[in-house]
Design a protein around this ligand. Structure first.
Ligand code: PBG
Length: 344
C-alpha cells in the first residue's frame, strides 16, 4: 500500500488498529444511539411566544419572521387550545400596541383593559390549564421604543421605570397572568415587583426574570413584530448587557434570585449557551433560554432558501439548550417542535 514512493506510517497500512475503545460502536444503530442518549427534549420544555394585535384581520404576517403572524385575541385563544393539545406548558404573549396609544412613559402598560390584559383574561377563561408568562417592560408602549422612561437627553430612568413596571405587573396579575417575566433590565425590579405582588395578594404569581439579557442584534425581527423597529431611538446598551461579559451575568442572576425570582432566563439563546451552562452550574435554579426572533429568522430564512434542512436544524438547536443545562426554551418553533415530538 504505497502511494507514490513515500512509505506510509504503520497505522495507515495496518489491516486493523488495536483499539480497546471504539466510540463508534455505541453509534452503530438507532437502538443503541437511543440507549446512550444523554439529553432529551420533550414538549414540557417548550414555551411559545405569540404576538398579539387588535385588528380586523385574524392574522398579519411579520416580514422578518417568515411563518409567524401577529394575531388577534380570538386567534390567540385558538392557538392556546392548540398548545394545550400539543402538550406545550405555557405561552408568552407580546403585544403590538396601536401607535396612537403609545406615549413617553408607556402609560398604556398600566391599563387593566389593555390588549395584553384582555388577551390574558380570554385565554385563561378558555384554556385555564395553560401557563401564561407575561412580559413586564415598557417598550411596546413607549413612543421611543425603550423599555423605560426616557429623559430629554436620552437617559433611561431606572427607579421611575421600576415603579411603572410594578403597576404593569399588578395589572397583568389581576388579569390572571400566572407568571410575570420582567425583560427590561432595570436594577432592583425583581424585588420591587415581588413586593408589589405580595402586597396585593398575588403571592402565587411567579416571576421569571430575564436575568441575563444582552444588548443584541438578534432582537431585530421582534422589534419589527411589535412595531418598535423604526421608532426606537438609539440603542439599549445602557441597560442590557454587553455581549462580551460572562461574570456579570452571574451577578445579575444572583441578584434576581436574592430578590425573589422563581426562574431565571438567559437571552438570546444560541450565542449564549456558555452563559446558560454557567448559570445552571452556579445556582441550580430553574433556568431558561430565549431562542429569540433573530435566531428563528436565521434558521427559518436559511431553510426557506434551501441552504439547510430547517426541521433538522430546529431540533438540533433545541437539544443544544438542553445540553447547556436549560430546563426549557422560549422558542417560536414551539408548535412545530411539539408536533414532531408528538410523533409527527
Ligand atoms: C423587550 C423585549 C425584547 C424581546 C423580548 N422582550 C426586545 C428588546 O429588548 O428590544 C426580544 C425577543 C425576541 O427577539 O424574540 N422588552
Amino acid at each position: 500500500a504505497l502511494r507514490g514512493h513515500l512509505p506510509l506510517p504503520a497505522a495507515a497500512t495496518a489491516e486493523k488498529l488495536s483499539l480497546s475503545t471504539r466510540l463508534r460502536r455505541n453509534r452503530k444503530a438507532d437502538w443503541t444511539r437511543r440507549l446512550v442518549r444523554e439529553h432529551v427534549l420533550t414538549t414540557d420544555d417548550l414555551i411559545w411566544p405569540l404576538f398579539l394585535i387588535d385588528s380586523q384581520d385574524a392574522r398579519t404576517p411579520i416580514a422578518s419572521m417568515p411563518g409567524i403572524d401577529r394575531i388577534t385575541i380570538d386567534e390567540a385563544v385558538r392557538e392556546a387550545e392548540l398548545a394545550a393539545r400539543l402538550g406545550i406548558p405555557a405561552l408568552a404573549p407580546f403585544p403590538y400596541v396601536d401607535p396612537a396609544l403609545r406615549d413617553e412613559t408607556g402609560s398604556e402598560a398600566e391599563n387593566h383593559h389593555n390588549l395584553m390584559c384582555r388577551a390574558v383574561r380570554a385565554i385563561k377563561q378558555a384554556v385555564p390549564e395553560i401557563g401564561l408568562i407575561t412580559d413586564a417592560a415598557l417598550d411596546p408602549y413607549t413612543s421611543h421604543g425603550h423599555d423605560g422612561v426616557m429623559t430629554d437627553d436620552g437617559r433611561i430612568l431606572n427607579d421611575q421605570t421600576v415603579a411603572i413596571l410594578c403597576r404593569q405587573s399588578l395589572a397583568l396579575a389581576e388579569a390572571g397572568a400566572d407568571c410575570i417575566a420582567p425583560s427590561d433590565m432595570m436594577d432592583g425590579r425583581i424585588g420591587a415587583i415581588r413586593q408589589a405582588l405580595d402586597a396585593a395578594g398575588f403571592e402565587d404569581t411567579q416571576i421569571m426574570s430575564y436575568a441575563a439579557k444582552y444588548a443584541s442584534g438578534f432582537y431585530a425581527p421582534f422589534r419589527d413584530a411589535i412595531g418598535t423597529k423604526t421608532t426606537l431611538i438609539g440603542d439599549k446598551r445602557t441597560y442590557q448587557m454587553d455581549p462580551a461579559n460572562t461574570d456579570e451575568a452571574l451577578r445579575e442572576v444572583e441578584l434576581d434570585i436574592a430578590e425573589g425570582a422563581d426562574m431565571v432566563m438567559v437571552k438570546p439563546g444560541m450565542p449564549y449557551l456558555d452563559i446558560c451552562r454557567r448559570v445552571k452550574d452556579a445556582f441550580g435554579v430553574p433556568t431558561f433560554a430565549y431562542q429569540v426572533s433573530g435566531e428563528y429568522a436565521m434558521i427559518e430564512g436559511a431553510a426557506r432558501a434551501g441552504y439547510i434542512d430547517g426541521e433538522r436544524a430546529m431540533m438540533e438547536s433545541l437539544i443544544g439548550f438542553k445540553r447547556a443545562g436549560c430546563d426549557g426554551i422560549l422558542t417560536y418553533f414551539a408548535p412545530r417542535a411539539a408536533k414532531i415530538l408528538n410523533g409527527g
